[in-house]
Design a protein around this ligand. Structure first.
Ligand code: 3PY
Ligand code: MG
Length: 253
């Protein structure tokens, strides 16, 4: 069976969501039952404890739904820890330079692509890695590395960033991207569209896939039709509060 990474490279339209706050391990299975293809654990804006992240990643692995971690910084101790816990990949927020992208690869891939520390009796290997070298090759192949583009500098450097071997996905954060362009929240502003289209075109040229995390089904559809196939929709907090608000409104109306 094709891995999610192979399916993404093949252009299949895949959907995930963001988990920021609800750190019960069961959430991995719940999102899978809802039909999501993957999810992202947000350790940039979210604040779950490491032990909870480890538990969620373990359940995700056992259930067979890929869980990617948005790591706060391209720092060895941070990225490697999530990889050891069994993250399917890493999303690096506000990636602006080729150096950021290189660090991401260095800390999350084994040699020859990177220099991820080697400790195989760990959750990432299911405590059963078998022979080291084939396991490490497979881990390198399957790990998904996403760079989040959230500033004019990131857009300007996108070709260089995506030229880094091991980076798979260019991913747009429209809130921060609109903020840094000085047009906060104006998701239909031509300047924002132009920036996003620049990133899509670069991903296409570089043979990478791309995606966006944006609210509004119509907006997701628009960007999907324009070449983004690895998209995030909503978040744990958003789904819970929207459903709760709707229910209360109906009861009180
Ligand atoms: C943004 O919109 O800035 C994001 O980071 C979405 O995940
Ligand atoms: Mg952001």
């Amino acid at each position: 069976m094709a891995t999610i990474k192979e399916r993404a490279y093949a252009g299949e339209r895949l959907f995930g969501t963001m988990v920021c706050l609800f750190d019960v391990p069961d959430i991995a299975r719940m999102l899978q039952v809802c039909g999501f293809d993957f999810f992202v654990l947000d350790m940039e804006h979210g604040y779950c404890d490491d032990s909870r992240i480890a538990a969620m990643l373990l359940v995700a692995k056992m259930a067979g739904i890929p869980a990617i971690v948005r790591a706060a910084r391209p720092q060895r101790e941070i990225i490697m820890k999530y990889m050891e816990m069994g993250a399917a990949g890493i999303l690096l927020p506000n990636t602006e330079t080729i150096e950021d992208a290189r660090k991401l690869v260095e800390f999350s891939k084994y040699a020859p692509q990177g220099n991820r520390g080697v400790a195989l009796l760990k959750a990432h290997a299911g405590y059963d890695a078998g022979s080291a070298v084939p396991y490490m090759e497979k881990a390198n192949q399957e790990t998904i590395l996403m760079v989040q583009i959230e500033s004019p500098t990131g857009v300007h450097n996108i070709d260089e960033i995506l030229s880094v071997d091991g980076i798979d996905c260019a991913f747009i954060g429209p809130n921060d991207l609109s903020q840094t362009y000085g047009i906060m929240g104006q998701f239909e502003n031509p300047m924002l569209h132009e920036a996003i289209e620049t990133v899509i075109a670069s991903a296409k040229r570089c043979g990478k896939f791309c995606g966006i995390h944006i609210g509004g089904v119509e907006r997701v559809k628009h960007w999907m039709e324009n070449g983004m196939n690895f998209n995030l929709f909503g978040a744990d907090t958003v789904f819970m509060m929207n459903a709760a608000r709707d229910a209360v409104k109906q009861l009180k109306d």
